[in-house]
Ligand binder design. Structure first.
Ligand code: FAD
Length: 358
């Protein structure tokens, strides 16, 4: 019998497994799939890594390291730069690094897919998963869903809770040299070095981005789930062509899902035996889609409550108070940030932008 089974070894699951090791018997199930992600570490993520006394290994970093985000409103054609101390990373190497930090007493099963559970009695569950094409099962005392957006654990145990809004995310990778505009000063954006957030309400009610990664650049975007994602993404690329950017020859394409909590009730932390952390819990910024920091933070706070061989839901909820307030504040700001007229006024005012303060 395991004390805790964790589903998913992304930043949330890998961190929880590391923090619980040597304190109890942990089983970590991981499907092993490359995460579709922009690979930007926010200041909040950096703070959590500092709290863990972890320094990023050199191989996680990619060039360039941006200190600002260029916000580009395609409809009004305004561009403003805002200071933000990001770290540009290779997400796949980052995830492998976090898993490599898990001590060997944790039973890490790579290439396994969690399927479902059933209560054996009021103190334990039998969990079922696929491993080497076979259905296997284990007895566990607690189950933690760290399985990201569209979490199986969340759907199974908390189907009655409102879900965050769902998006399909697409990313295409290009050789930088093939996309650069003929007249690179036209927009005021340095495409080789700037992290660019792109807004256009005709394309999406969320946002899109361009992120240079060494000699390549990612073009990514989030489209509300259920829409004709590919068609909309192609329309978006056609708009960028008007600015002289040629996104014609992708070297790699990837897709994923994203949760966007627009309602405080869509954050769900768990029940007595089943807990959620990271994006599965709905803990991701609804304004920027940054979710790595919340994954690290929630894993830390759930681990903090583990005492006398059990988790404490009330303490977990209390520990996450600050993060939940921060998410709530972002939810409140959304109608202003994402409404074209308001955004245009804010950008025209130059408020907090670097372009006017230098
Ligand atoms: C396109 C895109 C770009 C993003 N860019 C950024 C960014 O630049 N910075 C940032 O901070 N955040 C970004 N995010 C959000 C961020 O990636 C997530 O919020 C963060 O990874 C959440 O971490 P997690 O550990 O909760 O879940 P995940 O990282 O999603 O990890 C969950 C893991 O569980 C595994 N899994 C799922 N189901 C099962 C199952 N049934 N059995 C076994 N394993 C399973 C998955 O394979 C996955 O590896 C982005 C998201 C998307 C979609």
């Amino acid at each position: 019998m395991y004390d805790v089974a964790i589903v998913g070894a992304g930043p949330a699951g890998a961190t929880l497994a590391r923090l619980l090791s040597r304190r109890c018997r942990v089983l970590l199930l991981h499907r092993q799939r490359k995460k579709c992600c922009g690979g930007i570490l926010s200041p909040e993520s950096q703070k959590m890594l500092a709290k863990f006394d972890l320094a990023l290994p050199r191989e996680v970093l990619v060039n360039p390291q941006p200190f600002a985000v260029a916000v580009w409103d395609l409809q009004s054609q305004l561009v403003r730069h805002y200071a933000r101390q990001y770290v540009n990373i290779d997400r796949e190497i980052f995830d492998h690094w976090l898993v490599s930090l898990i001590p060997s007493d944790v039973d890490v099963r790579m290439g396994t897919v969690y399927r479902y559970s059933q209560y054996s009695d009021k103190n334990s569950l039998e969990i079922f998963f696929t491993e080497n094409n076979e259905i296997r099962s284990e007895q566990v005392r607690f189950l933690v869903g760290a399985d990201g957006s569209f979490s199986t654990v969340r759907r199974e145990f908390f189907a009655n809770r409102p879900n965050p809004k769902r998006y399909t995310a697409l990313q295409e990778w290009f050789e930088l040299q093939t996309v650069l505009p003929e007249n690179s000063t036209q927009t005021g954006i340095d495409f080789q070095n700037d992290y660019v957030g792109i807004f256009d309400s005709e394309i999406t009610d969320f946002y899109a981005w361009m992120i240079p990664k060494n000699e390549q650049i990612i073009l990514g975007g989030t489209i509300p789930f259920g829409n004709k994602t590919r068609e909309i993404f192609e329309r978006f690329k056609a708009k960028l062509r008007n600015a002289g950017l040629r996104f014609d020859f992708p070297v790699h394409r990837e897709a994923g899902f994203l949760f966007r909590p627009l309602n405080p009730f869509s954050v769900c932390l768990g029940s007595d035996r089943v807990f959620l952390i990271g994006e599965a819990a709905g803990l991701i910024s609804p304004s920027s889609a940054e979710g790595i920091s919340s994954a690290l933070t929630s894993a830390y706070h759930l681990a903090q409550t583990f005492d006398s061989q059990k988790f404490n839901l009330a303490a977990y909820r209390k520990n996450l108070r600050l993060l939940r307030w921060q998410l709530l504040l972002k939810m409140v700001k959304i109608p202003v940030m994402f409404y074209p007229w308001f955004r245009k006024q804010i950008m025209l005012s130059g408020l907090t932008a670097l372009d006017h303060s230098l």
